[in-house]
Design a protein. Sequence first.
Length: 200
Amino acid sequence: MPAGTCGLKWGLLKYTHHGEGIEVPDLYGMDYNEAVDLVESSGLRIEATDSTYDKKMPAGSVVVQSPVKGLKVKQGRIVYVTINSLTIPRVKIPDIIGKSSYRDAQVKLQKLELRLLPPKLIDGDKDLVYGLMLDGKRLNAGDMVAKESQLTLIIGNGNYGSNIDDVKPVIVDDGEDDDEDDGNDVDDNVEVIDPSMIVD
């Protein structure tokens, strides 16, 4: 090999620091601010390029990194990371009221990572969804709610003994004690549905 070629090869190896490099640290699960300090102190740079949501991970923590841990890279290389979202993502309520069976509604809502409490039963077509509530408030198609929200479906029980519009309203306790029994107390074990919460 000509002497000039050997000299050129040696110069290129020296310039690229052949066989040398900075090892990329393991950032998984680390708070982003702590990851910034660690990466920059190693002679590298860091950039958050995306976010996701993992309920098992702390908010603001690193869930994905590139390059991966242990890889040796040049000084100044950017480590790209995906951060666990600081807020729970919201999803849109599908159009199920008056159009879906209880089973179909279950499947659609659970696919959106929404939780379902035991359903409320009212007189009407068996298993037809008549309404949907969150914390006692009626929801409509298109409303946005946080993932993991606990929802209650209102479904028909197959009976037609009374009209839905005739269902008695919920009696709200104002917190004041009433020493006199007027005979209108509602049994705690009897569930009463507010007709304003029922969608025709």
